[in-house]
Design a protein around this ligand. Structure first.
Ligand code: MG
Length: 160
C-alpha cells in the first residue's frame, strides 16, 4: 500500500475579546487566539500536515492572510477544502495524531467534541484522530499564556 506522511505546526497569540476555537470547537475562555481567520491552531496544524503529505506547501500558500476572502474564515471550512485536495490526489486519511500546547484552560472536557469534529472532516473514525494536550509548565510563551501551539502528524493511504 502506498502511504504518505505529513506534519504541521502552528502558533497563535492569545488576546482578550476573541473567541477560543480549537479543533472546530468553541471553548468558553477569557481569551481567544488572534488571527486573520478564526485562528484555530489545531485546524491549521492539521491542514499543514495534510498539505505536507501531498507535497502541496502550506495553508499560507493556499489561503493567504492578505486575501480578504479569508478574514474571519472558519478554519474547519478551510480544513474541508484541504481534504478535497487530499481526495483529488487519490488519498484518504489513515490516522492523525495531534498535540495542543496550552497552559489554560483544561482541554480534557472538550477533547471528544474536537475528535468528533475533526474525524467528520477527515472522514475517519474518531478513534483515528488522537488529541493530546500539554501545558507549558509555566515556561515560555505557552506557559505565560501569551499564545497556544499545535502540532499534527498525519498518515495518508492511497485509495487504489
Ligand atoms: Mg495559523
Amino acid at each position: 500500500m502506498s502511504v504518505r506522511i505529513g506534519q504541521g505546526v502552528d502558533i497563535h497569540r492569545l488576546v482578550p475579546d476573541r473567541k477560543l476555537i480549537l479543533g472546530g470547537v468553541e471553548i468558553p475562555w477569557e481569551k481567544g487566539l488572534l488571527g486573520h481567520s478564526d485562528a484555530d491552531v489545531v485546524c491549521h496544524a492539521l491542514s499543514n500536515a495534510l498539505l505536507g503529505a501531498i507535497g502541496e506547501g502550506d495553508i499560507g500558500r493556499h489561503f493567504p492572510d492578505s486575501d480578504p476572502r479569508y478574514k474571519g474564515a472558519s478554519s474547519i471550512a478551510l480544513l474541508r477544502v484541504v481534504m478535497d485536495f487530499v481526495k483529488a490526489r487519490g488519498f484518504r486519511v489513515g490516522n492523525a495524531d495531534l498535540t495542543i500546547l496550552a497552559e489554560k484552560p483544561k482541554l480534557g472536557p472538550y477533547r471528544e467534541a474536537m475528535q468528533q469534529q475533526l474525524a467528520a472532516v477527515l472522514e475517519v473514525d474518531p478513534r483515528d484522530v488522537n488529541i493530546k494536550a500539554t501545558t507549558g509548565e509555566k515556561l515560555g510563551f505557552v506557559g505565560r499564556e501569551e499564545g497556544m501551539m499545535a502540532e499534527a502528524v498525519v498518515l495518508l493511504e492511497a485509495l487504489s
